[in-house]
Design a protein around this ligand. Sequence first.
Ligand code: ADP
Length: 412
Amino acid sequence: MTAAVLTLNAGSSSLKVSLYPAEGETPLATALADRIGPEGRLILKDASGQALALGADPAAGVTQEQGAVQGLAASHAAAMEAIMAALLRRWPDLQLQAIGHRVVHGGAKRRGPARVDGDLLAELEALSPFAPLHQPHNLAGIRAALAAFPGVPQVACFDTAFHRDQPFINQTFALPRRFFAEGLRRYGFHGLSYEWVAGLLAEEVPAVAAGRVVVAHLGNGASLCALQGGRSIASTMGFSPLDGLAMGTRCGQIDPGVLLYLLQQKGLSAEAVSDLLYRESGLLGLSGLSNDMRQLEAAGSAEAAEAIAYFVARCQREIAAMAAALGGLDALVFCGGIGENAWRVRALICEGLGWMGVALDPERNAAGERVISCRGATRIVLVIPTNEEQVIARAARSLRDRSVDPAVAAEA
Ligand code: ADP
């Protein structure tokens, strides 16, 4: 029998699935479906990076190119079905012990992962208006898994949970207090990533983990977290994943007066403003070219350079703001697709932080070593590949033996 734990990360147009052994940290297989819809692509790999057969059938319009299959990811459910069929072909004796889900919003209460039952589903459903672009997809993923695997324990892991014990002043807006009670507060996101980084720091460099650390999760979505002794005390994302740093297509921090102008003077609809802020801004909006850092670095146009310069400048400002919240800085950690790979961007960000005692070793930085600061520098700078899936798998294992609410089957 191949006992295993499945992790699911369902985004608006993507689905990431990892299959972990019942005990063990290396995934048996990982799948990624992106651009879900008519153009959707699916790729499934085993632990060695070898693409696993997905049953491409040209007669059914399913084609395979360089391991990525087109025609099996028309919807989340279709992609899930194709992944599970392929996993069962590879491991016919597969037995799932638990399924862990990434859920963007856990609201004001959830401080850690939770077993999915009818009450939790209702609670998370009620939070959908707070994260309309993400939460419904996360919940659809849970519902699909409940229907496909009745009786398998399911665990929800929240991106907001890690930030719940931040001091009041870092969670509130300066609005009349009744709005805080209503849930209009800074939730912070990317919590699973920060939990991974905090755990790894505690294992590898406990003296650093005990201090004041700013973690920069720089991916298509980007945010910073201020860690004091491994706990989040402030973050740049706020009520929504729009605030803080400029991102691939999101604007980051913006004067709310701009929104009033767009709504009241320009007469834009709420949907149009939402599209503008979430999908048309950030690196894409400023460059007019792409949301992808690699493409911008390669482009060489003045607009692309300005988009990168804006991204870098906002990172510098917000890193300093996080350090102020911490009362100083002992370490800076980079993670996420840009943080882990874009060494030129890391160099640009750190160049502007010399006044804080940040000094990179150019060779270590270009080589992407774990420690990239100069020997003897007062602030240590690290690159730590994040691993949200591992955090979800651990949570699924730790909660799999809790009792199940029988109402779940009915809910599904
Ligand atoms: P998401 O938030 O969607 O998970 P990722 O963490 O995968 O995003 O980050 C995607 C970003 O990382 C993109 O802007 C991509 O261009 C950037 N990136 C990945 N690899 C590199 C690289 N080698 N050099 C520069 N940027 C990179």
